[in-house]
Design a protein around this ligand. Structure first.
Ligand SMILES: [Fe+2]
Length: 309
């Protein structure tokens, strides 16, 4: 008698977070933190949990202690905040705004703008943007940037939006078994596979001395709120420590793609004199590269970070 093999069990696709649908957990604040009551700022949410336009402030005027506290609180609550129509906003105001959080941090790869820590990102048909991949700025550093302040200098007539994704939501919605699997794991972050692909071997070797590959937890706690955040990204996270190459790749592929789920995202349409600030540990971002041959010029200041745990 011939034995007919049983048909293979179909893969349980609904175990994969990207294949799930229906309600998602979307918390604006970390556990135990209440919504803030603002006295000076007006807050216009762009989604219920991520991104808000802040009104009632002229950033070209000195920022007093009370307003500074409200802007810092709004950033913790909304994770990315925007100011419109800042017609008199100049590089010195951008530096003053970044200083509310800490010291400016140079990016080793971007062209420099005017002043310490200012990167100038000028893109057109001959120098197209390659920040169209979900990432966290400087995650390849031992102390990744806490945040960034981005100013629109020249905006294309259409396109050139930026998107942000809430990595607290990305963590919260992982299946419990996946959360348990990644608990305590660490991942390596490295600039060589992305930035290094545009450099010579000599350039890579020279920068390597200053920027070795680093490790961070796969799930970090936010340095201020303590919220748990999924902290791996497509271009910079190269492997999960302690797993085989195959296991590491499979797990990373699943984790880095969480930023692509639309409910975790917000999208911002730039206009002249728009300013954005984001919490670079709580969110990832993606610069949409769709506006050529028009030109888009931005200036960014990254804020120096702290070790993540
Ligand atoms: Fe970036």
């Amino acid at each position: 008698m011939t034995t007919v093999p049983a048909p293979a069990t179909p893969a349980p696709v609904l175990d994969k977070p990207l294949m799930r649908y229906g309600r998602r957990t979307l918390e604006r604040n970390a556990p135990g933190r209440e919504p803030v009551e603002y006295q000076l700022l007006t807050v216009h949410p762009m989604t219920p949990h991520l991104g808000a336009e802040l009104g009632g402030v002229d950033l070209s005027q000195p920022i007093g202690a009370e307003l500074a506290d409200e802007i810092r609180a709004a950033l913790l609550e909304w994770k990315v905040v925007f100011f419109r129509d800042q017609h008199s906003f100049a590089p010195e105001h951008q530096r003053a705004l970044a200083a509310l959080w800490g010291e400016p941090e140079e990016n080793p790869f971007f062209p420099k703008g005017q002043g310490v820590g200012v990167s100038r990102l000028a893109k057109d048909a001959t120098a197209v943007g390659n920040e169209n991949i979900w990432h966290s700025d400087h995650s390849f550093m031992a102390n990744p940037a806490l945040g960034s302040v981005l100013r629109a200098v020249e905006v294309p007539p259409a396109g050139g939006d930026t998107m942000w994704a809430d990595m607290g939501a990305a963590y919260d919605n992982l299946p419990d078994e996946l959360k348990q699997r990644i608990e305590g794991l660490r991942a390596e972050h490295d600039w060589v596979p992305s930035w290094g692909s545009m450099m010579t071997e000599e350039q890579i070797a020279k920068l390597r001395e200053r920027l070795p590959a680093v490790q961070h937890p796969v799930v970090v706690r936010h340095p201020v709120t303590g919220r748990r955040l999924l902290y791996v990204n497509e271009p910079f996270t190269t492997r999960i420590v302690g797993l085989s190459a195959e296991e590491s790749r499979e797990l990373l592929d699943e984790l880095v793609l969480q930023a692509r789920i639309p409910e975790y995202q917000v999208r911002f349409r730039w206009r002249a004199d728009s300013v954005a600030i984001w919490d670079n540990i709580a969110v990832q971002h993606y610069a949409i590269s769709d506006y050529y041959p028009a030109r888009r010029v931005m200036e960014r200041i990254a804020i120096a970070g702290v070790p993540l745990s």
